[in-house]
Ligand binder design. Structure first.
Ligand SMILES: Cc1cc2nc3c(=O)[nH]c(=O)nc-3n(C[C@H](O)[C@H](O)[C@H](O)COP(=O)(O)OP(=O)(O)OC[C@H]3O[C@@H](n4cnc5c(N)ncnc54)[C@H](O)[C@@H]3O)c2cc1C
Length: 381
């Protein structure tokens, strides 16, 4: 199925099934509501087939270009049917399992993620190890010789793990080489979150949601066949996420930001100040749109994406913060003092937008990459 055909069929289907798939909670909804809605929507979409397009047949998919998934995510976000941040975890984690898990494991679990039967989280960051991911220290030790071990024992801590308290599984990066082995001594595991020894302590974000958590691992025993990729090959696993995170995920976020811009236009006073502010947001969203589409075409054509995706990351973070600054500027007082439904929604989203320059790689670090690796400015580190 080609992208245009998919889009037409999908939109017709979504129009027809709007009442079945639309959120049922009272607006603006809690994080629990948003997660329940996403899982319910995924289940309906999976049963109807839409959620399976763009995924390989060996994991329950119907095949076709990954751009079909991008279309679905954007349609869901653009129609306000799922939160794009929560939904994007599919794109971040399912390709990892497909590319690096033993085939039988991928065939078993990927359909469970796609159909809303499970949620997964990404255990990369640690206290003191965010931007400098290769210095992580959560340790995995084999029960005997590393090549023949049947189990590994994990000890350490992760932090900022999105949705850990809701998750059934975790894609976890561990240290398996010497402490100073950096990116050469990291191994990825796919860990069941109900394994004894795992403690999840949710953390409150600035907007009041408990969306991420600290996760503690105390003598957590993981079967060796849950290793993703090669022993000490975890850096490739971590890097493989980037192309998906920085292509289809951004297309969803963009659809959602266009929707928010339209809501702002509908609510803002009609004057010169509004026109200028809205125009500036539109330009930023449009620049991101052009850039992101190019990245998606490159990915679909099988090109290897690299440091140039740092540009996409800076554009999406800047566009998101500019959109919400415009809300604050034009809907005077709504973010700060309005306790009604729309005030609650804008405040929560405004505060969340502050994180867009941090998660998925901070913009400062992306600007370093752009300067050093794309523009050849200064020494590389
Ligand atoms: C909402 C949200 C969700 C998240 N979800 C997850 C998740 O699910 N899983 C996960 O593993 N992680 C997650 N994270 C963590 C995120 O990946 C890290 O916060 C991010 O990589 C930054 O790392 P850090 O917090 O340790 O900050 P640090 O790396 O300590 O950076 C602190 C400051 O120093 C700056 N800085 C650091 N190094 C340099 C440098 N070389 N040059 C210039 N400036 C520099 C940074 O830009 C930043 O401003 C999430 C974060 C947020 C905010």
């Amino acid at each position: 199925m080609d992208v245009a055909e998919f889009r037409t069929g999908l939109n017709a289907w979504l129009d027809e099934h709007h009442d079945e798939i639309k959120p049922t909670y009272a607006l603006p909804g809690t994080l629990d509501d948003h997660i329940a809605q996403m899982q319910r929507a995924k289940s309906i979409l999976f049963d109807a087939g839409w959620m399976r397009w763009g995924w390989p047949e060996r994991v329950g998919g119907l095949g076709g270009s990954p751009m079909l998934r991008t279309e679905l995510g954007a349609a869901m976000a653009g129609r306000g049917l799922t939160d794009p941040g929560l939904y994007s975890l599919i794109e971040v984690l399912a390709p990892t399992l497909i590319d690096f898990a033993p085939p039988a494991l991928a065939a078993e679990v990927v359909p469970r993620l796609l159909s809303g039967a499970e949620l997964w989280c990404q255990g990369f960051s640690e206290p003191g190890t965010g931007s400098d991911l290769s210095s992580l220290s959560c340790r995995a030790v084999p029960d005997g010789d590393a090549d023949t071990a049947t189990t590994w024992v994990i000890n350490g801590q992760k932090v900022w793990t999105s949705l850990a308290q809701y998750s059934d599984r975790c894609v976890l990066l561990t240290r398996t080489g010497p402490p100073d082995s950096r990116h050469r001594g990291i191994t990825a595991f796919f860990v069941d979150m109900d394994t004894p020894g795992i403690t999840v302590a949710p953390l409150e974000m600035i907007n009041g949601d408990f969306e991420f958590a600290e996760v503690f691992f105390d003598d957590v025993v993981v079967p060796a066949d849950r290793m993703l990729g090669e022993l000490n090959g975890g850096w490739s696993v971590a890097m493989s996420i980037l192309p998906y995170e920085r292509s289809s995920c951004y297309w969803q976020r963009l659809a959602y930001l266009y929707r928010r811009l339209q809501m702002l236009v509908d609510a803002a006073p009609v004057n010169e100040r509004s026109a200028e502010t809205v125009g500036n947001v539109f330009l930023q969203l449009h620049a991101l749109r052009a850039r992101s589409r190019l990245t998606q075409y490159r990915l679909a054509a099988g090109e290897t994406l690299g440091p140039e995706t740092s540009i996409d990351k800076v554009l999406v973070a800047t566009a998101e913060q500019t959109t919400y600054e415009a809300v604050r500027r034009l809907l005077v007082g709504v973010v700060e003092t309005d306790d009604g439904v729309s005030g609650e929604m804008w405040r929560r989203e405004y505060l969340y937008s502050r994180a867009s320059t941090i998660y998925g790689g901070t913009v400062e670090v992306q600007r370093n990459i752009i300067a050093q690796r794309l523009l050849q400015l200064g020494a590389t580190t």
